[in-house]
Design a protein around this ligand. Structure first.
Ligand SMILES: NC(=O)c1ccc[n+]([C@@H]2O[C@H](COP(=O)([O-])OP(=O)(O)OC[C@H]3O[C@@H](n4cnc5c(N)ncnc54)[C@H](O)[C@@H]3O)[C@@H](O)[C@H]2O)c1
Ligand SMILES: [Zn+2]
Length: 672
């Protein structure tokens, strides 16, 4: 039994939470400038909900758990919706979804089929067509009364002025979600930053801010878009199911999200939610989950609504990708080309399943453009594989103790001066012997897209540099077993693996070697073009700026950078080292004569001891050929862990099959 004292404490806390929620609702719904992330806001609401569950006597009719959104501003004329526009209840995992469906089934006394739609992270609106003509559009507001945004909505190309039908309903009021494509959001924030204005925290806030512009001309310049997903009221027509209604909307020219799917049962719903989660970052707009709705409209009516949300639908929220946290400090990192790039040290924060402590800030101008100060509360974002970034500061919660960032004037790695050439965004340490650059150069040289030396990552490269075993990329080829024996964590097997990987790297294609040298402006594509055009590293090293710039798809910037690089004695010494080490410096790949000449290999599955690239290089170095599909001309199929259908095919064709051990044996004694 909770005591009176507990109750009193709960009341105080509930009041605190309600005040906080009211504040955040205003910042979010009215100003479109939230101070906390949605996930943090949801946590505050959940705390209040749990107090109200324990102490139902504390529930008030105006509690944020009982109502929708926020009342409209006086800025726009009020519009009363034909029916209440509700919010949605949330579930966060399969178990909570199961519990929701259980309640639905118990209330109905039967199973129902469902519809699963992307939950577009945008702004809810209701749009009215009277006699087939666009009459008005309004925001959701508090669900009963919204704001008249008719003029601004008119600027949306996706919103037709007339319905495409001979027989329009006298009244059609539909719910839609207005959103900004992510690309447009990035552009808008870039513009705002350039003008020194505060940035939007995310595309949703940008859409809200844009939709509620007083000047429709501003709205028109920003490509707002809309999808329709629900009915408020229609006259003279009924539908049997939600899906049928969506089809109707589509027919009369109102866009419905193409990913709206019929999902006959809960398993199908879960599969669809997984697919949406996987595709989350390939959609042009943000989604924050899926919305699951019962399909038969009779069931919808039977289930009804609570004060805040329908019982016949639920939002399945995906993990949040944004959080707010404190930016504790800004430090700099020196890259392989000497670029000095700032990054943020964050108060640790969980985003997308990992704890973030750092995020990229790109360059000094970007910090200025975003208006970020050290000590700011900032929105950080980590989406999929993308490097975590600081999206925007939240100026409204500054304390006055924040201070601007200044690029250091000396390199933190070598103590030399940092320079920022006029007109360039990036500051650099021009010292070619700078240890930070050496580390980045070696790691880049060994990276996948370059020489692909497995096992040679940051930790190993740093250890080798620290011990003076290498000073740059080419030294790697002269490492011996004895050198590696002293490295922390290196045992017999790992030493062998690393040496084998280094050996294999000697035969990489010329473009990968060139790319691996890390010459400014020479990315993988430019390297490919130069390798094709010149055929050898020596020819490239001799070429004039004009010769290089004349190559298709390569310009004078690359020409100058390449010339400059090969004019440096350090680069020339590096090339000589590579030659001495026996690294291939020419394009020629075919025609290597060797004990495996005339033999064709196919590799399937994952090899434990080497990458596929490494295996291929070893075979080619011995004169063999590697192809991607098994045919009657294939001599050997090399089979690693988890082979595909190739194994079956090879067996059928009687191709010789080698496991990894047999393959290594063949490489060691190819003549036998
Ligand atoms: N950061 C903050 O300070 C702050 C403040 C207030 C609210 N919020 C956020 O807003 C949310 C509450 O807003 P809400 O009431 O709009 O709830 P909601 O965004 O969680 O879900 C309801 C909304 O989803 C939208 N929606 C998108 N696709 C849909 C579809 N296919 N079918 C049906 N609806 C679809 C509708 O507009 C509907 O109104 C909170 O969860 C919180 O994350 C954040
Ligand atoms: Zn330096």
């Amino acid at each position: 039994m909770p005591s009176d004292e507990d109750l009193a404490r709960a009341r105080v806390r509930a009041d605190e939470l309600r005040a906080a929620i009211a504040h955040h609702d205003y910042r979010y719904h009215v100003l479109a400038a939230p101070e906390i992330s949605d996930a943090e806001y949801d946590e505050v609401v959940r705390e209040l909900e749990s107090i109200e569950t324990t102490y139902p006597e504390l529930i008030t009719p105006d509690s944020p758990t009982q109502r929708v959104g926020a009342p409209p501003e006086a800025l726009f004329a009020p519009v009363r919706h034909s029916d209440r526009l509700l919010s949605l209840d949330n579930v966060f995992d399969d178990a909570e979804l199961d519990a929701w469906y259980d309640r639905v089934r118990r209330a109905l006394g039967r199973d129902v089929d469902l519809v699963t739609e992307p939950k577009i992270d945008g702004v809810s609106v209701a749009v009215v067509y009277e006699g087939g003509r666009y009459l008005r559009g309004a925001t959701r507001g508090d669900g009963t009364v919204g704001e008249d945004v008719t003029q601004n909505l008119r600027t949306l190309r996706a919103l037709p002025a007339r319905l495409r039908t001979e027989d329009p309903p006298a009244w059609l009021e539909v719910r839609g979600e207005v959103f900004l494509p992510i690309a447009a959001f990035d552009r808008i924030n870039e513009d705002l930053g350039q003008q020194g204005k505060p940035l939007f925290a995310n595309p949703r806030n940008a859409a809200a801010g844009t939709l509620r512009q007083k000047d429709p001309a501003v709205t028109a310049r920003r490509p707002l878009d809309i999808y329709f997903h629900g009915l408020v009221r229609i006259e003279g027509r009924t539908f049997a199911t939600h899906f049928e209604m969506l089809d109707y909307l589509r027919d009369v020219g109102l866009r419905v999200h193409p990913r709206s799917a019929r999902t006959p049962d809960l398993d199908a719903v879960k599969a669809e939610v997984r697919r949406l989660a996987e595709d989350r970052h390939s959609l042009p707009h943000e989604i924050d989950g899926a919305v699951v709705k019962v399909n038969p409209l009779a069931a919808e009516i039977e289930l009804g609504t609570t004060a805040k949300a329908p019982r016949w639908a639920v939002a399945y929220k995906l993990p949040a990708e944004e959080r707010t946290t404190k930016l504790l400090d800004i430090r700099v990192n020196v890259g392989r080309t000497g670029a000095v790039t700032p990054f943020a040290i964050l108060e640790p924060v969980r985003v997308g399943g990992v704890t973030l402590q750092m995020a990229t800030l790109h360059n000094e101008s970007e910090i200025a453009r975003k208006g970020i100060l050290i000590g700011d509360t900032v929105v950080v974002r980590r989406a999929g594989d993308v490097i975590p970034e600081v999206v925007a500061p939240i100026p409204s919660v500054r304390t006055g103790a924040e201070r601007p960032f200044h690029m250091p004037t000396v390199c933190p790695a070598c103590g030399g001066p940092v320079v920022r050439p006029e007109g360039e965004a990036v500051a650099r340490c021009p010292n070619l012997d700078c240890p930070a650059q050496a580390l980045e150069r070696v790691v880049h040289f060994a990276s996948r897209g370059a020489m692909d030396i497995e096992h040679l990552g940051y930790a190993t490269a740093q250890a080798l540099l620290d011990r003076g075993l290498i000073r740059g990329p080419s030294d790697v080829f002269f490492l011996t077993e004895a050198d590696l024996a002293g490295l922390p964590g290196y045992k017999e097997r790992s030493i062998r693996n690393l040496l084998a990987a280094i050996e294999a790297a000697k035969d990489r294609p010329l473009d990968r070697l060139l790319y691996g040298l890390g010459i400014r402006h020479v990315g993988a594509t430019a390297a490919r073009r130069l390798a094709d055009a010149f055929g050898s590293l020596d020819a490239i090293a001799r070429a004039s700026v004009e010769d290089i710039a004349a190559v298709e798809g390569v310009g004078p910037t690359i020409g100058r950078a390449v010339r400059e690089a090969f004019d440096r004695p350090a680069t020339q010494a590096l090339v000589e080292d590579l030659r001495r080490a026996g690294v291939r410096l020419t394009e020629e790949r075919k025609g290597t004569e060797g004990p495996l000449s005339g033999k064709t290999f196919v590799i399937t599955g994952t090899l434990a001891g080497m990458s596929r690239e490494a295996a291929k290089a070893r075979i080619e170095a011995l004169g063999g050929k590697v192809t991607s599909s098994v045919s009657s001309r294939t001599n050997y199929l090399v089979v690693g862990e988890g082979p595909g259908s190739k194994l079956e095919k090879a067996e059928k064709l009687g191709v010789r099959i080698l496991d990894e051990a047999q393959f290594l044996e063949l490489l060691a004694k190819p003549g036998a």
